[in-house]
Design a binder for this molecule. Structure first.
Ligand SMILES: [Zn+2]
Length: 164
């Protein structure tokens, strides 16, 4: 009797597992197809045209203030996002993002990561981050440097309201 119960439970949990796996796989495929249709935009970093315009003006102003600001990353694929999300969770390393694949603004070309360069190398601990942040604010971009959970100084993204 007990064994029968156990067998039923096992079958049920296997069924649940199978459903979960089918769910995850189909969501991934849907996101992948959806993303392929709407992205990327036809510029170097696959950025939404408005973000492309704002970031160009930002770089120009930074240059005028003596900061060699450059784009590190723009559009990011769902697969790349899945890899980043798994960092610190299922593969070794620190947690670098809280955005699941399909959730990050990078996946839609609506976010960009920048950094100051010196001698051709990115200066991640630059003293000019506050200046760079204020230049981004002038373009009415959201700055990751103001975030609480993960402070993400290189990150700038569009506001949803700008898309409509
Ligand atoms: Zn970013």
């Amino acid at each position: 009797m007990k064994d029968l119960k156990k067998g039923n439970q096992l079958r049920r949990s296997k069924k649940t597992m199978r459903k979960m796996i089918i769910g995850i796989v189909s969501i991934t495929i849907m996101l992948f197809l959806f993303q392929k249709v709407i992205s990327p935009y036809q510029n170097k970093y696959g950025l939404h045209p408005l973000l492309n315009k704002k970031i160009t003006l930002m770089i120009k102003e930074a240059n005028q203030k003596g900061v060699d600001l450059r784009i590190i990353e723009g559009h990011r694929s769902i697969v790349e996002q899945a890899y980043l999300y798994s960092k610190g969770r299922i593969i070794p390393g620190n947690i670098v993002t809280y955005a699941l694949p399909g959730i990050s603004f990078h996946n839609y070309g609506l976010a960009v990561d920048v950094c100051e360069f010196k001698n051709g190398k990115p200066i991640w601990n630059s003293e000019n981050w506050d200046l760079i942040g204020s230049i981004g604010k002038k373009q009415d971009l959201i700055w990751g440097g103001n975030w609480k959970r993960i402070v993400d100084k290189p990150h700038f993204q569009l506001r949803i309201k700008d898309l409509y």
